[in-house]
Design a protein around this ligand. Structure first.
Ligand code: NAD
Length: 495
């Protein structure tokens, strides 16, 4: 293990819940093992949260919401968020190192370069703390009645996180909650909880009162389900698969929780024959292979216009071969391992199925050998000759696997691109403004990237359409989602 900046946090690898500003072993004393996906070695143990632990965290969050936290002014909350941003920045290397060990993202080429973006994301929410406003609305009522719409925080927010980037994903729950005066119970993925637990300590150091941000670790079917159905939780911000999203919707029915669902995708990335291929080849390739394909908006359905199809396929496969796959802590590693043996087997299953369904493997397709067999490494994989009916073109694989599909016309590719249950990301590569304009209006997706892929700005935000979810993360509408609107009729009395 490389002692990158500090191994202080892991000097005790038996991690506990973080509730009401203190570590808590958990009511059952049961634990879950976590593994380093780069080596398969045991990394840490997590407290296996249950209903009683979630109750304790929700009670602490409710007490903080109604107690001291409710007396913080917007300016004080803004100050806290700024202090948190400073600490997150100061400890960024350590957090990134923990995240890399925990879920395998390359430290130097993926995590460390995201520092600015992450800190700016937090700071964006500091500005939101001072931007919340209601309205006064002229009415037509008799007498002297003033009518206004007030905004109030919804209360306790449950944040259920996926494993593919919890260090960043948590910020989109913590940030708007601190900005609006809500409190939080986070349930990170059982496969990657360490950066979230460490962040909870930083929040305390920043001065966030006990109970405002709590973390309960454990399994989705236990701690996750308990949080999603808890009557004391007012809103759930969920990041994860569409299948689990459905379970979250059902669980929310008991007390009609508000929901924000960031779910799976099968995003189209479309290359027209007039595109700048020098930009499109690396852009489209990294749109799929980045984070070893474990990105919700990965552009895994690559539509290429027939005029450049063969050249593009060849260049994309060649680009994949240039990407160094290996130890996520090494300087030059571009792609790390998949999160787990289970995920590796799942992705290999899809690769095998692609072959059986008649797709042509033109790059990658195999688990990497030698030293890398200790971890869960897969070569960047490109399938050509794919059509929309094949399973690999329909289901989210969540691995570095591109399915290239040829097309001839704009109308044809629009029909093919939109023929999916998902609607998360989409990309268009063209030099023709009319084509770009047509596509950006007609693609059914939460984001359309034109001549780029995967950019996300905190002030703009990100969200899904169709079965990729609803609600929005980042931007003013996420902050709005943590507020509810209240109409007030203030009678001046008299006649
Ligand atoms: P997952 O749905 O298996 O798990 C996500 C989280 O939900 C975990 O914390 C898990 O413990 C919890 N969970 C599982 N079952 C639960 C239940 N019944 N009730 C409550 N919580 C439960 O997803 P994953 O495998 O961790 O992550 C990969 C998925 O996440 C992919 O589908 C990916 O597209 C999606 N994702 C989406 C976005 C987005 O912004 N749209 C971002 C990242 C990941």
């Amino acid at each position: 293990m490389t002692p990158f900046p500090s191994i202080q946090f892991l000097s005790d690898p038996h991690k506990q819940h973080f509730i009401d500003g203190a570590w808590f072993t958990g009511s059952s004393g049961e634990r879950i093992d976590t593994f380093n996906p780069a080596t398969g070695e045991h990394l840490a143990t997590l407290a296996r949260g249950n209903q009683s632990d979630v109750d304790k965290a929700v009670t602490a969050a409710r007490r903080a919401f109604e107690g001291p936290w409710s007396r913080f002014t917007p300016a004080q909350r803004q100050q806290l968020i700024i202090r948190f941003a400073e600490l997150f920045d100061r400890h960024f290397e350590e957090l990134a190192w923990l995240e890399s060990l925990d879920m395998g993202a390359p430290l130097h080429t993926r995590l460390l370069p995201s520092r600015q973006g992450a800190v700016q994301n937090i700071l964006y929410f500091s500005s939101q703390a001072r931007s919340i406003s209601g309205e006064t609305i002229p009415n037509s009522l008799p007498g002297q009645v003033t009518t206004m719409l007030l905004k109030a925080p919804v209360g306790v927010v449950g944040g259920v996180l996926a494993w593919n980037g919890p260090m960043f994903a948590q910020l989109n729950v913590i940030g708007p909650a601190l900005a609006t005066g809500c409190t939080v119970v986070l349930k990170p993925s059982e496969d990657a909880s360490l950066s979230v637990l460490r962040t909870a300590e930083l929040l305390m150091e920043a001065g966030v009162p006990p109970g405002v941000v709590n973390v309960v670790t454990g399994l989705g079917s236990e701690a996750g389900a308990a949080l999603a159905s808890h009557p004391g939780v007012n809103r759930i911000s969920f990041t994860g698969s569409t299948q689990t999203g459905r379970a979250i919707i059902s669980a929310s029915a008991g007390n009609m929780k508000r929901l924000q669902l960031e779910l799976g995708g099968k995003s189209p990335d479309i290359v027209f024959a007039d595109a700048d291929l020098e930009a499109a080849v690396p852009g489209v390739s990294m749109g799929v292979f980045n984070n070893s394909g474990q990105i919700c908006f990965a552009g895994t359905r690559v539509f290429v216009q027939r005029g450049v199809h063969d050249e593009f396929v060849e260049r994309m496969a060649a680009y994949g071969r240039t990407l160094k796959v290996g130890d996520p802590l090494a300087q030059d590693t571009r792609l790390g391992p998949l999160i787990s043996q289970r995920q590796l087997e799942r992705v290999l299953g899809y690769i095998e199925l692609g072959g059986r369904e008649g797709a042509r493997l033109v790059g990658g397709g195999q688990r990497l050998g030698g030293e890398l067999t200790r971890g869960y490494y897969l070569a960047p994989t490109v399938f050509a000759g794919v059509n929309n009916d094949m399973t690999i073109a329909k289901e989210e694989i969540f691995g570095p696997v591109a399915s290239v599909i040829p097309f001839d016309t704009v109308d044809e590719v629009l029909t093919l691109a939109n023929a999916t249950e998902f609607g998360l990301g989409s990309g268009v590569w063209t030099r023709n403004l009319a084509t770009a304009t047509r596509m950006m209006h007609a693609l059914e997706a939460g984001t359309v990237w034109v001549n780029c892929y995967g950019l996300v700005d905190a002030a703009v935000g990100f969200g899904g359409f169709k079965q990729s979810g609803y609600g929005w993360k980042g931007g003013p509408s996420q902050t709005e989602g943590m507020l509810y609107q209240k109409a007030v009729y203030l009678s001046g009395g008299g006649s």
